[in-house]
Design a protein around this ligand. Sequence first.
Ligand code: HT7
Ligand code: ZN
Length: 876
Amino acid sequence: GQVIHLADYRPTDFVLERVDLTFELDPTETKVEARLIFHRRPGADPTAPIVLDGDELTLSGLLFDQVELEASRYDATPESLTVRDLPESAPFELTITTIINPEANTQLMGLYRTGGIYCTQCEAEGFRRITYFPDRPDVLAPFTVNIIADKDANPLLLSNGNFLGGAGYGPGKHFAAWFDPHPKPSYLFALVAGDLGVVEDTFTTMSGREVVLKIYVEHGKEPRAAYAMDALKRSMKWDEEVFGREYDLDIFMIVAVSDFNMGAMENKGLNIFNDKYVLADPEIATDADYANIETIIAHEYFHNWTGNRITCRDWFQLCLKEGLTVYRDHEFSSDQRSRPVKRIAEVRHLKSEQFPEDSGPLAHPVRPTKYREINNFYTTTVYEKGSEVTRMIATLLGKDSFKKGMDLYFDRHDGQAVTIEDFVKCFEEASGRDLAQFSLWYHQAGTPLVTASGSYDAAAASFTLSLEQMTPATPGQPDKEPMHIPLSVALFGENGGKIEPTLVEGAEYAGEVLHLTGRTQTAVFHGVGSRPVVSINRSFSAPINLHFDQSPADLAHLARHETDHFARWQALTDLALPNLLKAARDAREGKPVVCEATFVETLIAAAADESLEPAFRAQALALPSESDIARELGSNNDPDAIHAGRQAILKQIADAGRDVFATLYATMTTSGDFSPDAKNAGLRALRNAALTYLSHAEETPVRAKAAFDAANNMTDLSHALTILAHRFSDSAETSEALATFRDRFAENALVIDKWFAIQAGIPGAKTLDRVRTLMDNPLFSRTNPNRMRSLVGSFAFSNPTGFGRADGEGYRFLASQILDIDGRNPQLAARILTSMRSWRSLEPARADHARAALLEIERAPALSTDVRDIVERTLK
Ligand code: HT7
Ligand code: ZN
């Protein structure tokens, strides 16, 4: 694994005109014949050979213009095929034959087998595990695909594009041919073959074309694809209405598979999904599962334009498709559900996942300039921070100019492989605004810290807001330039109403957005008749950390009066945090934990406020997590003290609000048939939040067990089981509930994943033994990525006290698991290993244990490039 640099980008010497693939499928010996037509790029070196990528390949045949090529004209290794003495300008054809073994492919990259079917995953560099190819995103061509396979075992033969035809093919076999007219890079190629059930529907596009929609799932699970189909149709409609984008083939297919490294993949016309993000019914799926399905179905569909029609010039530009597409799926879900509640969920996720990445050893710019293993750059920085950067462009430009910029992007670059610079230029041209300083968001890693202070001058009726920005050093970037930060700012008067300033000096301020561009900047708001309460970074207009000392009274004022409900939630969180931080410190020193009255009162008032939507009230009640507290503390973290302090605060809120919680638990009920819509999900969320607090107020598992027994949907059932397991782990009720749940859902892998995850999350040092025991459970599987993530991933990512137990056993356990997983599936191993990214902020004894475990991994003899890259950067 050598380092790849953006600065070394060169176009290919050869242009690929078209691709013809023929697969003769066999579980262990699949024959792949690739006919590739190239011509030398005008202006390229007339003597240059062609060098194609491979990965663990063996060449079993090579024709040049249909004639066997003499051995002196080529070299083949598992990693490359080099062909020399090629025509100076005339097109030529290479016919390459390889034999591959799908059954033995445990990396789940390239062509592999899952649940008895054949499937592919080619992004980022999986196609080179199928045949020798210029496997890079700037090589685009139309593909024809012929699939030949045993007919009984594989009645379905699918690939990208439109179906050309099929027929019998000798005894027991058949074939199908597909043609995708839209030039695409190899990473968007897909093939699926096997025996699956299907749900069918149609969608009529805005220009009146009928598109056939098919979702393929395991036989018998068809009814569970209904919600995904509905989400797909809503996505197609929304993309037409909001972005003016129409679908472009006669058919759109989704296939759900049970072994998959990530969430889903946007292959042209043939999306392949982790079945976790397709299958749902009330009995097996939580409201969170439904919301994820909606988002991911939309995300992959939206890639058809942002990613497929317009793709990336090279993998450094990954955020061009991922950041933009996440922004689009966020907007979609906001339009389908409650915008402020969705925004709260996005920001919670950003802060809990991306902020730690951006402040740790794995920090990198949204548009990196070097990588060793591209699979390790499918990060929350590229995705979620990339989305926030797109959102900031929309905020800076306003709705109309943003739309103009997007339209220009689609018009100008359709069919091309482009860069972030090409993207940003469209918005500069559409708006006339210079985005040079703004573009630093793509290039500088680290979360900017904005420090604010305000002073009010009653005599002058003016309010002065002083701002300072600082972006911390990150690996390879010691010094940072000031960024262009769009801060949504509003002032609120004593009566709760908004104060409209008559004039703002010292900073551009338009549409309530203040443009912070200097390292320090002072904005003076005139015409402010009474002392205002200021709200900064409303709707989280910029992905920053904000230091602004506001009194509990001012925060409580915002929590009651802000018109932006996201900002109300932020105010409640800002009230909670100092209490939680102090609680952790006090718990560490063995002091009693006490909670400020304003905070408790304001929180309970929000919970009881019937003018607020239940989903919002549930979000308000969900306090910052233990990892959030650790992040805010920053260093010398003791997970046990953080846990103890937070538990003590929960108990005080629970005691103080007991009547409110009892009322909410009794009244926030849904009626009629189960519906996964946002309103009903909100009712369940608030009722379950109330149940959580009641379980803190009460000392027995009786209420949670009753809730478990009464539950008629997976949201309520898994919530009750979580309370039982996490609060009352040693009780007879918990053992009984865990056994009941296991027996009831033993046949349903996605639900059993929850059973493993809930147990992996039980706080405390004893959980490691439970995790070890669970690994021997017959329901456990080492080869299924979902199962591995549910047990080992949940333990490492979501159980600070269990994983971070004081003797370091948790870290040593992880090291041994990583080495074991790495032998089969390096991508999965590397991803789970990122759970160690915040090890330096632990207290010294735990940090030493963590470092030792990382060194143990680093010293292992045969590490994959994936794991080596992560472990070395984490230790640096
Ligand atoms: N573009 C896809 C990212 C992806 C992936 C998916 C499955 C397995 C391996 C993968 N490597 C990269 C998914 C997306 O962002 O839409
Ligand atoms: Zn994506």
